[in-house]
Ligand binder design. Structure first.
Ligand code: AMP
Ligand code: MG
Length: 416
């Protein structure tokens, strides 16, 4: 019987997923620091230490609408105080508050000298000449001290901090309209294959719609990077060469399809002209073939990830290998998703020699996980229905219902 080209190839040694990830993380560059407008910095990693340029809040102010008074005057109630003025947020008190006196004050307005306490309006008769305080109020109530949030000169954020909305707010508080962060990677995304057509084109015989480019571009964005959605590359060296020449302008390149054994003959010679590439057979399912290499553009190293074409394999290998790499390129220290133990609700058969990432539905309250149904590498619904990956190790060929398994919480951010 004639052997196929694939069968004629010597069997590739399988690499473990952990080894592959370690090599990927060791092989990608951390991107340089750039200055960026504050609102573009969400999710990026701070590349400088930040000190407060002044106290926040900059002045003592009221936390409530009410009356600024001397605490000694309101230690017991009821008591009448003479209203000597009013101060609103954005205003400034035009006099001090003496014994037996009160000044109407709004939330955020500067406290007048002499006053150390705010009686909230609900604890008064809200009068404007002679106010009756109806509830005893402890000294210091409802006043915010200057610098109680941030002290002038204090380091409030350090190099390496991931910027969440709260940190963006702190930076705004200290007047940083621009901030130094690790560059957001711009990632070129290509599909490959003669059978692949874009969404606006009619679907001819033997053709399929390109879903991977959309899946992967979205996964790039979800990893905090910027997708640069390129075209569908035909299965020819010329087309691939042109695509890679274009893609080299990016910080990283992600392709899908055309990396199966026997099938990657284009990628290898073309990439050897422009850089280096390794083809790995990884001992996982789905997504066994993976190409990883880099293009050289002067001093710049542009990592390239050749993901398998099957829809589940493409997204899954992105999750396991590319997402951590893109986070590392952004300077993130933590690139592993949180994990949990869960009790399997149904049996799961697997190939003993492979580590299988089954798609699962994890119920954290019950501590259980079930499969999402058919697990074929082209059944993208298995990913859509999932909220986790069930990480089934090399060794067993079956996990029984009731066994405890590891799940990867793919909907939760990477954290210490
Ligand atoms: P390949 O890795 O190129 O051999 O492709 C494996 C399988 O994935 C084939 O059935 C392809 O038709 C399919 N495939 C490849 N690229 C895409 C794509 N961009 N969108 C959807 N399916 C794809
Ligand atoms: Mg193909």
């Amino acid at each position: 019987m004639p052997k196929s080209a694939t069968a004629a190839k010597p069997a590739q040694r399988l690499m473990s997923a952990d080894d592959a990830l370690a090599r990927v993380l060791g092989g990608v560059p951390t991107l340089p620091a750039v200055e960026t407008p504050l609102l573009d910095a969400l999710g990026l990693v701070l590349a400088e230490d930040i000190a407060a340029d002044r106290d926040v809040p900059p002045f003592r102010n009221s936390a409530m609408d009410g009356y600024a008074v001397r605490g000694d005057d309101v230690a017991s109630a009821p008591v009448e105080l003479r209203v000597v003025g009013e101060v609103a947020a954005g205003g400034f008190p035009d006099r001090t508050v003496g014994p037996g006196e009160a000044m109407r004050i709004m939330t955020g307005a500067p406290m007048p000298e002499g006053a150390d306490t705010v009686v909230r309006v609900e604890d008064t008769d809200n009068a404007s000449d002679l106010v009756t305080i109806t509830a005893a109020t402890p000294k210091g109530m409802a006043t915010r001290q200057a610098g109680e949030d941030l002290r002038k000169g204090e380091t409030i954020l350090t190099n390496g901090t991931v910027l969440r909305p709260a940190e963006i707010g702190l930076l705004a508080s200290v007047g940083r309209a621009r901030v130094r962060v690790r560059k957001r990677p711009r990632v070129a995304v290509f599909s490959t294959g003669d059978e692949i057509v874009d969404l606006d084109a009619p679907l001819g015989r033997g053709q399929i719609r390109d879903s991977n480019r959309y899946t992967l571009a979205s996964a790039v964005r979800a990893a905090g990077a910027e997708p640069w959605v390129r075209g569908i590359v035909r299965d020819s060296p010329e087309a691939l060469r042109a695509a890679l020449r274009e893609g080299i302008a990016a910080d990283a390149i992600v392709t899908s399809g055309g990396v199966s054994v026997g099938d990657h003959d284009h990628l290898k010679p073309v990439l050897s002209e422009l850089g280096t590439i390794d083809f790995w057979a990884i001992a996982i399912r789905p997504g066994r073939p993976l190409a990883f290499g880099e293009l050289k553009d002067g001093d710049r190293r542009v990592p390239i990830f050749g993901l398998p074409g099957n829809t589940v394999s493409a997204l899954l290998t992105f999750e396991i290998f590319v997402r951590p790499a893109l986070l590392r390129m952004q300077g993130r220290a933590h690139v592993a998703r949180p994990r949990a133990k869960a009790r399997l609700l149904e049996p799961a058969d697997k190939v003993a020699s492979l580590r299988v990432f089954a798609r699962g539905v994890h119920d954290p309250d019950a501590g259980t996980v079930r499969l999402t149904g058919p697990q074929g590498s082209g059944i993208l619904r298995s990913m859509s229905l999932a909220n986790c990956l069930i990480d089934l190790p090399v060794g067993p060929s079956r996990f029984e219902a009731g066994e405890t398994v590891d799940v990867i919480l793919t909907e939760q951010p990477e954290a210490p």
